[in-house]
Ligand binder design. Structure first.
Ligand SMILES: Nc1ncnc2c1ncn2[C@@H]1O[C@H](COP(=O)(O)OP(=O)(O)OP(=O)(O)O)[C@@H](O)[C@H]1O
Ligand SMILES: [Mg+2]
Length: 544
């Protein structure tokens, strides 16, 4: 027979109850899982007994003689007289999580609508009940991402199927967002998914390797890094250059990239774009520059003709300066090596069991914004138009999402924000499933964040960030908010349809190499000292 912790006391309701501890030597600690029986009246008048699971959220101890109102002298005397320990009261407050309901061979967790009755015994929850609560059917695509934080033997999978409701992974910096996102990616790959990762720091570019740096037996051929020529150096057999043709760029994007902001200059550029596009659908930046140079020459000839009295329209010097300015800007842009002659083959991103990593490390924010906007727009429209080569659903992960998904007036990328908002609103219908990852939840456009029904929150201390998270999801209750500052690196609260009930987990260890390692400051400073020492020796030699 399992020993009971104690029994329900005070006022209980279907969400919370208190119980007292009978034996001080056998008591739960905070976050322990408990079981209690609840009787629920049925429509036919019968009573149904439910085995309800709860979690201890608070635990307090008190003694009637050691009260705040007792003076220190009186308390001291009472202690000398020997106060009966049997009067110590330990009371635990429990949040009710729900009970398991089986219907048509499927398990689901439901919330009771009746409170437990006072005096009902409360037990430590059995591992068996907890595991049944968190296990998912194969058809839910269980992704093994961690285990219960306060009961390590219980694994807590998330439902891959429910990722279509979009997901946000939020936490302070260095608490394990990217590490966790990488674990989800590994599990999705195993399930055969196509993944597109907007990788701002190259955190996922090493996923062909295991944590020791050897080629991973399973993932070595499933990850492709697409690197724009202008990005930071990164090499490997799995690295391809990101081909991106300027012809897919809108006029506004091109102006933003090239830094063309005069309205008349924009008109010149638009006319030139129209002309080159009419000649060749896949034009290059060189074509565009050649076209503008031609019109500059025409302008100059026009002036000469006029001088010779042939009566051609006068072209002002201002106009010439304008065109020359546009040409200069485009030449600068050409030197930055963002665009290529060839173009991306978007179909590649839809390969089954494949992760495409868009490697953006080292690129300017404004360039990242335009690139991400261009890529995501093409991916979304491929699904929207139901292209035959884009049949599979695609899971899009966006790192540093506050850079791409902030409202434009807060300095966020305009081009990527627009398409991200569209994906957040409509992507689920077409098979584009979004996961945003960020350390600044308050800087993400609320329209985008509130469309992410699944939340994985690691440590968050900033109260404004906490409020943003709560506002984004009605299922994020006050008590969960209180848990966030206490989380350690790699610990997360999961809330939303991808888990049966809100739950705290320790995220599982990665199978592949994680790029975003904490810099080893000790080693770096040691190297710095060694270098300084060598330099000093050299300087000394020069002096003698
Ligand atoms: N579950 C875990 N198990 C083991 N180590 C972990 C775990 N979670 C995180 N770490 C370690 O913590 C470090 C920081 O994690 P990560 O790079 O995911 O942080 P982050 O929240 O993405 O930070 P940033 O905001 O800087 O991108 C990693 O280098 C990793 O080694
Ligand atoms: Mg990170």
């Amino acid at each position: 027979m399992v020993q009971e912790y104690g029994m329900v006391i005070g006022q209980a309701d279907p969400s919370f109850f208190d119980f007292n501890i009978v034996d001080r030597s056998y008591r739960p600690i905070a976050y322990e899982y408990v079981e209690v029986e609840v009787e629920e009246p049925q429509a036919d008048g019968a009573m149904r007994k439910l085995q309800v699971l709860g979690q201890v959220k608070q635990i307090t101890s008190s003694h009637p003689f050691y009260d705040q109102r007792t003076t220190p002298g009186a308390a001291w005397k009472q202690r000398e007289l020997g106060v009966g320990e049997e009067m110590i009261q330990i009371i635990a407050t429990v949040k009710i999580l729900g009970y398991l309901h089986e219907e048509g061979g499927r398990n689901e967790v439901r919330r009771p609508r009746s409170p437990p009755m006072p005096g009902t015994p409360v037990y430590r929850a059995s591992d068996e009940l907890l595991q049944r609560l968190f296990s998912l059917d194969e058809r839910e695509l269980p992704l093994d991402v961690g285990h219960l934080l306060h009961r390590e033997s219980i694994s807590v999978p998330i439902s891959g199927k429910e990722l279509h409701r979009h997901t946000a992974i939020l936490a302070m910096t260095r608490y394990g967002k990217s590490y966790f996102a990488g674990r989800i990616m590994e599990q999705l790959l195993r399930q055969g998914a196509s993944l597109l990762v907007i990788d701002a720091h190259g955190d996922y570019a090493n996923m062909v390797q295991d944590p020791e740096g050897h080629l991973h037996a399973e993932f070595w051929d499933k990850v492709t890094v697409f690197r724009p020529a202008a990005a930071e150096g990164f090499e490997g057999n799995h690295v391809k250059s990101l081909q991106l043709s300027i012809s897919a760029c809108s006029q506004n994007e091109l102006c933003a990239l090239a830094g063309i902001d005069g309205s008349l200059q924009k008109i010149r550029l638009r006319n030139a774009m129209k002309k080159v596009r009419a000649k060749n659908k896949f034009f290059t930046l060189d074509d565009l520059i050649a076209e503008l140079e031609e019109s500059l020459e025409e302008a100059e000839e026009g002036e000469e003709d006029q001088a010779e009295g042939k009566g051609k329209k006068k072209v002002s010097t201002q106009e010439k300066t304008r065109i020359a300015g546009v040409i200069d800007r485009l030449k600068d842009l050409n030197d930055r090596e963002i665009f290529t002659e060839g173009d991306i083959n978007v179909a590649e991103f839809f390969k089954p069991m494949a992760l495409s990593d868009i490697f953006l490390s080292g690129l300017q924010d404004s360039v990242q914004d335009v690139l991400v906007g261009m890529i995501l727009r093409r991916v979304f429209y491929a699904k929207y138009r139901r292209e035959p080569w884009a049949r599979l659903p695609i899971f899009v992960f966006v790192e540093e999402a506050h850079r791409f998904a902030a409202p434009p007036d807060e300095g966020g990328g305009k081009f990527s924000r627009d398409i991200l908002a569209r994906i957040a609103a409509e992507g689920a219908k077409f098979g584009v499933f979004l996961t945003v990852i960020s350390q600044r939840p308050r800087r993400i456009d609320p329209d985008i964040l509130s469309n992410c029904s699944n939340l994985a929150i690691l440590r968050v201390v900033n109260s404004q960030d906490q409020r943003t998270i709560q506002a984004a999801s009605e299922s994020f209750s006050e008590d969960l908010l209180g848990d966030l500052p206490a989380l350690e690196q790699g610990e997360a609260v999961l809330v939303g349809p991808f888990v049966p009930v809100p739950v705290m987990i320790r995220t599982a260890e990665r199978e592949t190499k994680h790029g975003g390692r904490t810099p080893d400051i000790y080693r770096l400073l040691k190297d710095a000292r060694d270098q300084a020492e060598i330099q000093r020796e050299r300087d000394k030699e020069k002096l003698h």
